[in-house]
Design a protein around this ligand. Structure first.
Ligand code: CUA
Length: 326
């Protein structure tokens, strides 16, 4: 159950909403949900501010000591009063959690048909790669996405911590070296939106800027056609054979020295220690770099580590290739 389904009027507006005093314009499907929760908490805070401060001022005047000789009246506790002022705010806080958690979960799970884009952070610019189209974009060119379609960003850094933040979309996540973090969004309308780096990353942190260009889907397809690379970036399939992966990992489901990689991406795998692991970008990366870390049950830890033998681009290409093995 999402917030939008609970409160249907939220999902009703298709147009981009203008910004308010506190919030920038709403340019993604998440923006309405996030802003709704923000204002929900905000107005409850305003209400309680006046309730508490008002009561305090009133009591201070009403019960002030008029002469120096008055004794403090004897205080008797009230269980029902104490219960009420604990339970009611407690329920209100739980409602903050409930609505926030719903939206948080929506933001964590990208739809299956999302367009995949890789984001790389580097002192001090961003670059974008479209593995399906062989397109690379620098930070000066910006991130081009279609409107009204889910887009998933798989992000990593080649040096220090960065953080990818699109205020108009209400999405933000740290971009960390040696691992992948993901965010997804569905942009509304068309136009440009500012992207910031929001993790201090050195001298030019404040200039680590780029833009998201949202296009109509038809225009986006046109853009893809115009920019599709002929030679393309690193080819995962040829790496898979040239680095020797194919010798131990079949792509047709047959069992060799190592597990077959057919249809494995996105599934869960049992490990030798009895635990299970989700096969995602991070697991594949770790298994290439440090194969002994999480060995699949039924197999011996025989694979040599590829740390230092493959660069990030090559690891990404291998992962993208493994994703296609269905
Ligand atoms: Cu990159 Cu701050």
């Amino acid at each position: 159950m999402t917030l939008a389904s609970l409160l249907p009027f939220l999902a009703a507006s298709e147009a981009r909403a203008e910004g308010t005093f506190w919030m920038p314009e709403q340019a993604s499907t998440f923006a309405e949900e996030v802003d709704w929760i923000y204002y929900f908490i905000y107005w409850i805070d305003v209400l309680f501010f006046f309730l508490v401060i008002g009561a305090m001022v009133y009591f201070a005047i009403r019960y002030r000591a008029k002469t120096g000789k008055e004794r403090t009246s004897p205080l008797k506790g009230s269980h029902s009063l104490e219960l009420a002022w604990s339970a009611i705010p407690g329920l209100i806080l739980l409602s903050f959690f409930w609505f926030g958690f719903q939206t948080y979960m929506d933001m964590q799970v990208p739809p299956k048909d999302a367009l995949n884009i890789r984001v790389t952070g580097q002192k001090w610019n961003w670059s974008f790669e479209y593995p399906d189209y062989g397109i690379r974009q620098g930070g000066d060119q910006g991130l081009v996405v279609p409107s009204g379609q889910p887009v998933m960003l798989t992000m990593s850094s080649v040096d220090v911590l960065h953080s990818f933040y699109i205020p108009d979309f209400r999405v933000k996540k740290d971009v960390v070296p040696n691992r992948y973090s993901t965010i997804w969004f569905e942009a509304k309308g068309t136009g440009d939106h500012q992207v910031f780096c929001t993790e201090y990353c050195g001298d030019d942190h404040s200039r680590m800027l780029t833009k998201v260009h949202v296009m109509e889907p038809a225009k986006f397809r046109e853009w893809v056609r115009d920019n599709k690379a002929d030679d393309g970036p690193v080819d995962g399939q040829s790496l898979f054979s040239s680095m020797g992966c194919i010798g131990c990992h079949s792509i047709d489901g047959s069992k060799l020295v190592g597990p077959s990689l057919k249809g494995k991406y996105g599934t869960d795998e049992q490990l030798t220690d009895g635990s299970t692991v989700a096969i995602d970008d991070n697991y594949i990366r770790e298994s290439i770099m440090v194969p002994g870390a999480k060995v699949v049950a039924g197999y011996a830890p025989q694979m040599p580590p590829y740390q230092g033998r493959l660069n990030d681009e090559e690891v990404n290409a291998l992962i993208d290739y493994i994703k296609t093995l269905k």
